[in-house]
Design a protein around this ligand. Structure first.
Ligand code: GSH
Length: 215
């Protein structure tokens, strides 16, 4: 059905931080095995030179399939995996809504990743941006408000992105049922999914702050 065999998944060696976690979550949920390759920064340029001809986007996250095809960049990769593995919406309107949510999450990741390069911006981020991103998501999750997922009963690729962004921005623990009821309901359901429960429990909760020196 999918042709998704012998997958190699590439992202930087950043634990669960950065843009690497959404695809790992989706592949675990779908029970698709993959080689989880975590690239160290010192090895990046050599790897980039290796892939750039076949994959001109030359940025991570990236999946290489068994037949040698490259699928990369967070939202496009997640959409591709969603289409292949049954995590996409069936009608155009809902599909557009899922894509909108994924686009918002890409902005959210970008804001979080900026702090890796500018750690002094953490406070400003926490004060001004975190609430904006959570507020947007709470609204989106209210659209099909029977929940628990973005489209209601059906989980789609954007749900994996949203959970990973919430985790990245450390809003899972502080999320109050009364303030963000839609997201609260979503997180409860997501963390209890059959193929995710054990994996999520195994993830570290105390990862050090990533700091990437700017040259
Ligand atoms: N818009 C893309 C950005 C991809 C991106 O910039 N990835 C970074 C890692 S988070 C990267 O590969 N940087 C190394 C480079 O561009 O050389 C996405 O959402 O995935």
């Amino acid at each position: 059905m999918t042709g998704l065999t012998n997958l190699k998944y590439y992202y930087f060696d950043l634990g669960t931080q950065g843009r690497g976690e959404p695809a790992r979550l989706l592949l675990h949920d779908a029970d698709v095995s993959f080689e989880d390759i975590r690239i160290e920064f010192k090895d990046w340029l050599a790897f980039k030179n290796e892939i750039i001809e076949d994959y001109p986007a030359a940025a991570l996250p990236l999946v290489k399939t068994g037949d040698g095809e490259y699928y990369g960049l967070t939202a496009p990769l997640m959409r591709f995996l969603g289409q292949q593995l049954g995590y996409d919406a069936v009608d155009k309107k809902k599909s557009h809504f899922v894509d909108q949510t994924a686009d918002f999450v890409s902005d959210w990741f970008q804001d979080c990743i900026r702090i890796f390069f500018q750690p002094d911006q953490q406070e400003v981020h926490d004060k001004n941006l975190k609430g904006i991103h959570c507020g947007r998501m709470e609204r989106m999750y209210g659209r099909y408000n029977e929940g628990p997922y973005l489209l209601g009963e059906q989980i789609t690729y954007a749900d994996f992105m949203v959970y990973a962004a919430m985790r990245q921005d450390k809003v899972l623990g502080s999320l109050l049922e009364k303030d963000m009821p839609n997201l609260f309901k979503f997180v409860q359901a997501f963390e209890n999914r059959k193929n995710l429960k054990e994996y999520i429990t195994s993830l570290p909760t105390d990862e050090p702050q990533i700091v990437i020196p700017v040259e």
